[in-house]
Design a protein around this ligand. Structure first.
Ligand code: TYD
Ligand code: MG
Length: 455
């Protein structure tokens, strides 16, 4: 049999055919290890036994049973609760609140009715456990206890395990049979089978595979917590996305209180569902009315302020956009945006200049999306354009007006998805006037809608 040697970086997983002292991909020194692979021979396939197949018509479908977490926003994002035997990855920046939310979920599960796991035929689950196993390589039991006190959680059925060896953790899970096991965080765990240091790609991947096997074999759901940096990943949870059943991300701006829990992959529920939370002194609190939150600061009626309806998954939000336009004092005019893509802002300014004849060449433009919200959809284009125009002309929009629509390069305004939903949300909050397509078809049309703005 032919064998071929390759070299793999234990830090980033990059492969090369030659050894070198430094990984050419991630730049780490001394991380390349030899990986011996057996080259596949054609004959191998011929020797294997064929697998059994089934006709779909004979497969009986059934509802997936779920363990409710008792936090409505979390359950919604998960598609109704945690599925037994599933592996969930909870990612987010350090300090965003992952450990906090998982302890709150643990509490919800620990205090639920033990017979609330509905099984296929409606009979109670065979192991009505309400215990939760919390394995932490990050904090001591005392540190977590302090956090629990802060959250007002007694923790009678939540067991702490300060182990970082994955084999010991798996043995504990198999012995204790908790209703949920948590591994916080994957970057601190080690598998003795893998040589490289904790947190490296090979470690993180090997541990995930072991936990996946454990979850499937025991039917116990496992949550893996993984740190992600702004840039994407450190030995990335991103590379684990294809291994796990569900990927949740906890997002938000640390300088603001709002946190969004987002499902970016879910084998058992809808994608792009989001849950909205507010970080308070007693943990993360659910926000039932997100529009109210992002609008709270909208008290004054000033120029440069426009309210738009943004969509996150299937949920509409009223969000306030603020623009400030000032004369450029020196050099090139500045364009800055917080919560919105700067390149898109520059494009919109160019369209305003060319198509609506607003001269912004000697003005600095600053844009801010209130409440730390991030807008990624083009549906906010028109609101941004009008905010800039309103700031430039120092004329506020008529009160109780929402604006949305995509702005094209020709200054035309295009319809955006979920138009009905956006209008309904605006109405719910008493916004009686809507500036959006098809009522307005071009940027000049829209500008005329604003009293005295185009004069
Ligand atoms: P944490 O859950 O430790 O973040 P992660 O596990 O994602 O690293 O959250 C840390 C932040 O949350 C910390 O800055 C303090 C804040 N916090 C509150 O504001 N209220 C609370 O009740 C708790 C427990 C934490
Ligand atoms: Mg933590």
């Amino acid at each position: 049999m032919i064998t071929r040697n390759t070299f793999e970086c234990s830090s980033c997983g990059a492969q090369s055919s030659k050894w070198s002292g430094r990984c050419l991909d991630c730049g780490k020194w001394g991380s390349l290890e030899e990986a011996v692979r057996e080259a596949r021979s054609e004959k191998l396939g011929a020797r294997s036994r064929p697998a059994k197949t089934t006709v779909f018509a004979d497969v009986r479908g059934h509802d997936v049973p779920r363990i409710p977490t008792k936090i409505a926003e979390v359950d919604r994002v998960l598609g109704g609760g945690i599925v037994p035997g599933s592996l969930i990855l909870l990612g987010g920046e350090p300090g965003i609140g992952k450990s906090t939310i998982i302890l709150q979920i643990a509490q919800g599960i620990a205090t639920r009715d033990p017979f609330s796991v509905a099984t296929e035929n409606g009979s109670p689950n065979s192991s009505p456990s309400t215990t939760v196993l919390y394995c932490s390589g990050e904090e001591s039991a005392e540190q977590i206890k302090m956090r629990l006190d802060r959250l007002g959680i007694k923790g009678r059925t939540t067991h702490y395990c300060g182990e970082t060896d994955i084999d010991a953790i798996i043995a504990t899970i198999r012995e204790q049979k908790p209703s949920l096991a948590i591994v916080d965080s994957i970057q601190t765990m080690r598998s003795a089978e893998v040589q490289s240091e904790a947190g490296s790609i090979t470690q993180v991947r090997a541990i995930t595979v072991r936990l996946l096997e454990t979850a499937k074999a025991t039917g116990i759901p496992i949550v893996i917590i993984g740190h992600v940096t702004k840039e994407g990943s450190v030995a990335g949870p991103k590379t684990l996305e294809h291994l796990v059943d569900t990927v949740l991300y906890l997002e938000g701006d640390k300088s603001h209180m709002y946190r969004l829990l987002r499902a970016v992959k879910n084998r058992f529920g809808a994608l792009d569902e989001i849950g909205v939370f507010e970080m308070q002194s007693a943990g993360l609190q659910e926000v039932q009315n997100p529009s109210k939150v992002f609008l709270d600061e909208h008290e004054t009626h000033t120029s440069g302020t426009v309210v738009t309806v943004a969509m996150e998954g299937s949920r509409p939000f009223l969000v306030e956009i603020q623009a400030l336009v000032t004369k450029t004092v020196f050099g090139y005019p500045q364009r800055r945006a917080d919560g919105f893509d700067t390149n898109r802002l520059q494009l919109l300014i160019a369209v305003l200049t060319e198509r609506a004849k607003l001269s912004l060449g000697s003005y600095d433009v600053f844009l801010n999306v209130a409440g730390g919200f991030q807008i990624t959809e083009p549906a906010a284009d028109l609101a941004i354009a009008l905010a800039i125009a309103s700031a430039l002309k120092n004329t506020p929009l008529t009160q109780k007006t929402v604006v949305f629509g995509e702005v094209g390069l020709g200054g035309e305004i295009r319809r955006v998805p979920l138009d009905e939903k956006r209008r309904a949300e605006a109405k719910r909050f008493g916004y009686t006037s809507v500036i959006a397509p098809p009522e307005v078809r071009s940027l000049t049309d829209a500008l005329k809608k604003i009293t005295s703005l185009s004069s």
